[in-house]
Ligand binder design. Structure first.
Ligand code: SF4
Length: 503
């Protein structure tokens, strides 16, 4: 049976803006649309097609479709499996969509020329699904919940199961004939060898939709890849993807395989690649990858960015090698300038390591970006101010180029969420409010304090010295465009956090 599988992101219309759902460890609504290429679903699409299944890449969000148009289209396409990636702030909306599709398809009548006997199986996947798989089966008519981060391998297994009777591997939740929720057992990530994955089919997955509207790209068209799943540390208590990929299960593709992906993207005309493993593999892997970039001449054709831990690289030579290999933008999670916080969130970082770590990266000619958060349950205003002061100092000294400020959100499945539940720290159980627009944990700060401190954090780069340095660093039209977009993004974020909520 030749099944057709849709990998779907139904449009989620909201006054809050456009949802940044795919390939995102922290869900946000954005004023100016940002579309991030969903790498694991793209592997799923490619793997399914290579195994003879028909694939319908259905990202209604990145295509800017209205929900009504998306619904018409999915009813026309009639896939046999609809796989939807979900996250906490939108999971309730996804349950409604699942129920609507299920009701539409079960009530349809072939006699009236309606949807005939089309009865798709619907699967939910993503970090929320992994954290609370049974919940979606209780709250919606979903058929399968994939409680594993490897949606690619899992979707192929599901398609084989439905079309050929292949047994389900561990990691699926569904209802049996008696309507009881059952599981196929524990998911085992170690069974999935990332080197067996095909090169991503970028045309099948509509790469152009994600190549331009992304503020991380200085050069466009840009693209995403992921050589590791997901982060070799993988223990931070707030990090939603540790639910799917705990650090002790960290796996990588070989450097050669990662270089093949880069080569393929260069052939497409990609100018900048975000390597979006939670933390880029280090040590020999990184050295081999960088040497390969240089030997193949890829460093002259494409610019690379990545996520890295501040203490991930402790010597200038490696940073210089990365620079030579074509790296530009390095994203670091700084999170807080308070040691007590870094310890409590299990960041494995000392405050005194932050400045020298970023300085070394900058010295090699790279562009460090930091992320920091406000609203930890134990942080006072003075403690939050310490983080803002450190950010200001880092900008002033020229050790960082850009910053992202967010409100700490305890996502289900994380240790932070467990801590909040056990200590009665949640302000709400309404998932739709876990969307970075307001604090959802009790803390010594008021709602307004948190928003103002996030704004202050965003404004921390505003020193005349930093602005002058930025202006003097302009070398090309791409630099001007990037600075302009970065400025607009900061203004957008300031607006996000200054709005009176009406939702
Ligand atoms: S270092 Fe970053 S990606 Fe890794 S677990 Fe911590 S927050 Fe997540």
């Amino acid at each position: 049976m030749n099944l057709k599988i849709a990998i779907s992101y139904p449009p989620l219309e909201s006054e809050k803006g456009v949802p940044l759902l795919s390939q995102n460890r922290q869900f946000q609504w954005f004023n100016s649309p940002t579309y991030i290429y969903p790498v694991i679903p793209a592997y799923a699409a490619t793997l399914l097609q290579k195994n003879g299944y028909e694939v319908f890449w259905d990202d209604g969000i990145a295509e800017n479709l209205s929900y009504a148009d998306w619904k018409k289209r999915i009813l026309r396409e009639k896939p046999d499996i609809i796989a939807i990636e979900t996250k906490t702030p939108v999971v309730e909306r996804h349950w409604k969509i699942v129920n609507e599709l299920k009701n539409l398809t079960s009530n349809s009548s072939p006699c009236k020329g309606e949807e005939g006997q089309w009865k798709p199986k619907i699967a939910l996947m993503g970090d929320h699904a992994v954290a609370l798989p049974e919940e979606s089966l209780k709250k919606s008519q979903v058929d399968y919940v994939i409680a594993s981060g490897d949606y690619d391998f899992m979707l192929l297994n599901l398609a084989d199961h439905l079309s050929k009777g292949t047994p389900l591997e561990g990691g699926f939740y569904y209802k049996d004939a008696n309507n009881n929720i059952v599981s196929s057992g524990q998911s085992d990530l170690s069974k999935h060898d990332l080197n067996t994955l095909p090169l991503i089919d970028r045309e099948l997955t509509h790469w152009k939709n994600y190549a331009f509207k992304n503020g991380n790209f200085k050069h466009t068209p840009g693209a995403y890849m992921m050589s590791g799943r997901d982060c070799w540390w993988g223990r931070c208590t707030f990090c939603s993807w540790t639910t799917m990929f705990p650090g002790n299960n960290f796996r990588t593709q070989s450097p050669e395989k990662a270089l093949e992906e880069v080569g393929n993207l260069i052939k497409l005309g990609i100018k900048e690649i975000m390597e979006d493993s939670g933390s880029l593999p280090v040590g020999k892997w990184l050295e081999d990858f960088c040497q390969g970039m240089i030997e193949k001449g890829y460093n002259k054709k494409v610019v690379m960015s990545c996520n890295m831990r501040i203490t991930g690289i402790r010597n200038l030579e490696t940073w210089k090698l990365m620079k030579k290999a074509g790296f530009r933008f390095i994203l670091f999670g700084l999170e807080s300038a308070n040691q007590i916080t870094l310890d409590r969130i299990c960041k494995n970082l000392k405050v005194e390591e932050i400045e020298p770590g970023l300085k070394m990266c900058k010295e090699a000619g790279l562009e460090p970006h930091i992320t920091a958060m406000i609203g930890y349950p134990w942080e006072t205003k003075t403690m939050a101010q310490k983080t803002i002061d450190l950010a200001k100092k880092l900008f002033k000294k020229g050790f960082v180029d850009t910053l992202q400020a967010t409100i700490v959100i305890p996502y289900p499945g994380t240790l932070l969420y467990k801590y909040c539940r056990e200590n009665n720290l949640l302000l709400t159980n309404d998932y739709s409010r876990f969307d970075q627009r307001e604090p959802v944990m009790k803390s010594p700060l008021s709602n307004q304090d948190v928003k103002e401190l996030v704004q202050d954090l965003y404004k921390s780069f505003l020193s005349p010295k930093f602005i002058l340095r930025k202006i003097l660093s302009i070398r090309s039209w791409d630099d001007i465009k990037f600075l302009w977009i970065a400025g607009l993004r900061v203004l957008g974020h300031l607006t996000d956090f200054s709005k009176k909520e009406k939702y």
